[in-house]
Design a protein around this ligand. Structure first.
Ligand SMILES: Nc1ncnc2c1ncn2[C@@H]1O[C@H](COP(=O)(O)OP(=O)(O)OP(=O)(O)O)[C@@H](O)[C@H]1O
Ligand SMILES: Nc1nc2c(c(=O)[nH]1)N=C(CO)CN2
Length: 162
């Protein structure tokens, strides 16, 4: 299979979040068919959804020799390694891994949608993603990440680590 570039969003607001995000990156990179190319800084972000602790969020670019569904399956496996339990939609979690984009591919199936359908309005996704892929053009809206970022309110997203 030829390779593709994918972007992944990472989030954690339960447990030792800095350690959990670093370990998630290591697990991704150790996966056959996944090579981590770049990671953003980590950001402390105000929670969207029900009241819950602040999140630590960031993004990574990975080169993959996996299909989008294979990559999603690996993301779910890594989430489960950190004991993620789904209590409620948009509720707190030890580790959340979302597939944001996969080259310019559009996927619309019941179990996987790429680009991630809610990434365009999420400052906690677009701020770190703009650090590592500002010129990537969203195949759905036709807009670059840097342009999408200008439309949204980024208060509540603070750089934590350099
Ligand atoms: N691009 C994607 N990345 C990750 N999961 C996806 C994607 N598209 C669809 N899904 C599905 O969503 C499920 C995960 O839902 P989850 O409980 O993580 O939602 P959430 O993180 O609470 O909300 P959100 O999807 O808005 O971030 C996965 O099991 C997967 O089948
Ligand atoms: N700031 C922030 N808020 C969230 C996040 C997240 O990663 N960061 N993830 C959620 C689950 O989808 C719900 N709310």
């Amino acid at each position: 299979m030829t390779s593709a570039i994918a972007a992944i969003a990472l989030g954690s607001n339960l447990g030792d979040s800095p350690r959990i995000l670093a370990a998630a990156i290591a697990h991704l990179d150790a996966t056959p068919g996944i090579s981590v190319q770049q990671t953003s800084r980590w950001y402390q972000t105000a929670p969207i959804g029900p009241p819950q602790p602040d999140y630590l969020n960031g993004c990574a670019l990975v080169q993959v020799q996996l299909t989008p569904h294979q990559l999603l399956a690996r993301l779910l496996e890594i989430e489960n390694l950190f004991g993620r339990i789904r209590w409620e939609r948009w509720g707190p979690r030890t580790l959340d891994l979302d597939l944001l984009f996969y080259d310019k591919t559009i996927v619309a199936t019941p179990t996987l949608e790429v680009p991630h359908p809610r990434m365009r309005e999420r400052a906690f996704v677009l701020v770190p993603l703009a650090e590592i892929a500002p010129d990537w053009v969203d195949p759905v809206s036709g807009e670059a990440i840097g342009q999408l970022l200008q439309r949204i309110d980024i208060r509540g997203v603070q750089t934590l680590y350099n």
